[in-house]
Write a protein that binds this ligand. Structure first.
Ligand code: ZN
Length: 159
């Protein structure tokens, strides 16, 4: 009799533990879906062709989203992006390295096929874009000299 009662108590406890486990598994699945599926582009280990292709994609995003006044954030940065970035920005590795995760985060937050939430988008504007212009100015620095007369090696500003 005692043994049966003990078995029933254990069975009841096992049911409760199983229910908790199922709940935790559901929470983990929900959190996993929020994790970015794309860890973001990297520049190390790319061959020249892959690096050129990735840079072309980044340049396109900068032109279409970051600096465009009609479809993007150009007004935020003083109009058409010229106030934000000189044409020679792809030659400035620090600028490329700063823009790359911004580009990746924008994709994660705004592309419809990416798992994101409203908080991600608000965070992008309030945390990622905020202060970006200062970072970029510092990355370009006085090393660039006069805008349009950059002497750094690298891809042509117009290619
Ligand atoms: Zn420059």
């Amino acid at each position: 009799m005692i043994e049966t009662s003990s078995n029933a108590a254990l069975a009841e406890r096992l049911v409760k533990i199983s229910a908790r486990l199922a709940l935790q598994e559901k929470k983990i699945d929900t959190l996993a879906k929020r994790m970015p599926s794309n860890p973001g582009p990297v520049w190390t280990g790319l061959d020249a062709a892959a690096e050129a292709a990735q840079l072309a994609d980044l340049r396109q995003w900068v032109a279409d989203v970051l600096t465009d006044t009609e479809r993007g954030y150009g007004d935020w940065f003083g109009g058409r992006g010229h106030a934000l970035l000189p044409a020679c920005w792809p030659r400035h590795r620090a600028v490329v390295l700063i823009l790359t995760p911004v580009w990746a985060e924008w994709q994660r937050c705004f592309l419809p096929d990416q798992p994101h939430q409203l908080a991600d988008q608000l965070n992008f504007h309030g945390r990622v874009l905020w202060g970006l212009d200062q970072l970029l100015r510092k990355a370009i620095g006085s090393d660039c000299g006069e805008r349009g007369k950059c002497t750094r090696p690298g891809p042509s500003p117009t290619s």
